[in-house]
Design a protein around this ligand. Structure first.
Ligand SMILES: Cc1cc2nc3c(=O)[nH]c(=O)nc-3n(C[C@H](O)[C@H](O)[C@H](O)COP(=O)(O)O)c2cc1C
Length: 325
């Protein structure tokens, strides 16, 4: 067991750094590189619920002849989905780090049965990236959240590998939704996803995509919730995501209580090799501070362990200045 090794979802990771779902994890060559440069695990590029639906609906009803059914279903399969299952199998054969496939979904519809194929292909866990834009003003927040819970219940009946839910931070009560995941058997939560957002180009007077890659400053939206979620009395693994651009950023999330830290934008910008620097930076800091394992400092500054938990509760700058006077 190396100094950086951690447990995540019950799996042994040699480093807390995970290459998060994106094009960087969409083929075997990249996955091998991620392993070579020190990733603790990889989350594969997401398959979309729509792709799975398409795959399921192109398989016609049974002909009554099993051999013919096999032939037809094989013939009709969408390449993308088959390629995805092949990627899981080949990644499992070639890599020794955990391989976590991912599905982008927005409903608890018919796709969930497909999770079985993912588990059978050898996946170590399944990450589901759930998001739908709540644009129906007649639908309450509770009704929208029900979709997450139904989906999780269906998945838990279908597969035995750990299920991880990647969420956005726009919940009325994040700690409550995580608690509801936990009681339904979810093993981990990724906090948080970063979505495609619109921006406005003033020259063209047009809507354009906002910046695709994150900046370090976005960590400010995440840190509080990692600090608070990790202090709850529940056994759920937390993977931090958004804004990690250095080993120091990863250390901050771990101090706040994350079990693992996902990295994406900075690896697009600097290449997968940058993982070497990040791991080195974490190790050097640990040496300086006299920590021999990541567990020595994980959660040290979370809501429960920090001497002044009120810091986590502060939201208004006015209050901050008033109490500092
Ligand atoms: C180009 C690009 C593609 C992405 N594709 C996916 C995806 O397929 N599934 C997913 O769950 N997240 C996807 N993400 C989100 C990342 O996994 C990550 O959660 C997000 O970028 C925040 O991490 P970062 O600040 O390190 O970039 C993508 C991000 C980028 C920049």
């Amino acid at each position: 067991m190396g100094k950086l090794s951690v447990k995540y979802l019950g799996l042994d990771l040699r480093s807390p750094l995970i290459v998060s779902s994106s094009r960087l994890t969409s083929n075997l060559a990249h996955l091998k590189e991620a392993e070579e440069f020190g990733a603790g695990a990889v989350v594969l590029k997401s398959l979309f619920e729509e792709q799975i639906d398409h795959y399921i609906h192109t398989i016609p009803d049974s002909t009554g002849y099993p051999e013919a059914d096999d032939y037809i279903s094989n013939y009709m399969r969408s390449n993308t989905v088959d390629e995805y299952l092949d990627l899981i199998r080949s990644a499992k054969e070639s890599l020794s780090i955990p391989v976590i496939p991912s599905i982008n979904c927005y409903s608890s519809g018919g796709w969930t049965g497909f999770a079985k194929n993912i588990a059978e292909a050898g996946a170590d866990a399944l990450e589901i990236n759930v998001f739908f834009l709540p644009v129906d003003r007649k639908k309450s927040a509770a009704e929208s959240e029900k979709i997450y819970l139904e989906l999780i219940e269906k998945l838990k009946k279908t597969i035995r590998i750990p299920v991880v839910v990647k969420i956005g931070f726009r919940f009325s009560n994040i700690l409550n939704i995580i608690d509801q995941f936990y009681v339904r058997g979810v093993s981990g939560v990724v906090m948080f996803n970063r979505f495609y957002e619109p921006d406005i180009d003033l020259n063209k007077i047009d809507i354009v995509p906002a910046k695709i890659f994150s900046t370090e400053s976005e960590m400010r939206y995440v840190l509080r919730w990692i600090g608070m979620a990790s202090a709850q009395d529940i056994k759920i693994y937390i993977s931090a995501s958004t804004g990690v651009h250095s080993g120091s950023d990863a250390i901050k999330y771990i101090l706040a209580g994350a079990h693992s830290v996902q990295v994406c934008s900075v690896l697009y910008e600097k290449g997968l090799k940058y993982l070497v620097n990040m791991n080195r930076e974490i190790e050097e800091w640990m040496d300086q501070k006299g920590f021999t394992s990541v567990n020595d400092f994980r959660g040290r500054l979370n809501y429960r362990n920090y001497s002044k938990p009120v810091i986590y509760e502060r939201t208004q700058f006015m209050k901050y200045f008033a109490t500092e006077d």
